[in-house]
Write a protein that binds this ligand. Structure first.
Ligand code: ADP
Length: 162
């Protein structure tokens, strides 16, 4: 039986930290489904469709990696995909507190759902999407932390006018 996992997140924007988790997961699973959450957060920079396009471009050569988007509860999305294993990345103790609450709540909402964690690579554990947005917004160089295509899109959005 095919072993699949869902890696859900905002990916606003995708960073090298996310990419590292996805590539490592693809070595552990037959299929990694990236679930882009369509949230209505006012702070989001890229719209869900733009995030999906970026992810598809980045992973176009890896057949094991599928890019999808979902709206609403993850606990319902897993039923739609019939994949009940969720992967999340763990960077810090702050992540742990939030992730523990989410994993427990999701399991209470859907008892089939199991969350597993992958520890962030030491080279990427300091990277967060919000930090990237701040760096670009303030005119810094984020090229070490994000793919070129992400840098281009963010600059377009964040540095549009002075
Ligand atoms: P969400 O809004 O759901 O937290 P994110 O896009 O911020 O979505 O993150 C998706 C997942 O990727 C989360 O599990 C998060 O902890 C993990 N993650 C984010 N940045 C990194 C990183 N630099 N290294 C490893 N995992 C990360």
């Amino acid at each position: 039986m095919k072993k699949s996992v869902i890696y859900p997140g905002s990916f606003d924007p995708l960073t090298n930290g996310h990419i590292n988790i996805i590539e490592r997961a693809a070595k552990c699973f037959d299929e990694v489904i990236i679930g882009v959450a369509k949230n209505s957060s006012k702070d989001s920079i890229l719209d869900p469709n733009e995030r999906v396009i970026i992810l598809k471009k980045i992973f176009k050569n890896n057949k094991k990696i599928i890019v999808d988007e979902f709206e609403g509860l993850l606990a319902q999305y897993v039923n739609k995909r019939k994949v009940y294993t969720i992967l999340r990345g763990m960077r810090t103790v702050q992540d742990f507190e939030y992730e523990l609450q989410m994993a427990t709540s999701n399991n209470k909402l859907n008892s089939k759902l199991e969350t597993i964690f992958m520890v962030a690579d030491g080279n990427h554990s300091h990277i967060s999407s919000s930090l990237i947005k701040d760096i670009i917004r303030l005119g810094g160089d984020a090229s070490k932390f994000i793919p070129k295509i992400v840098e281009r899109e963010l600059k377009k959005k964040l540095l549009k006018k002075g």
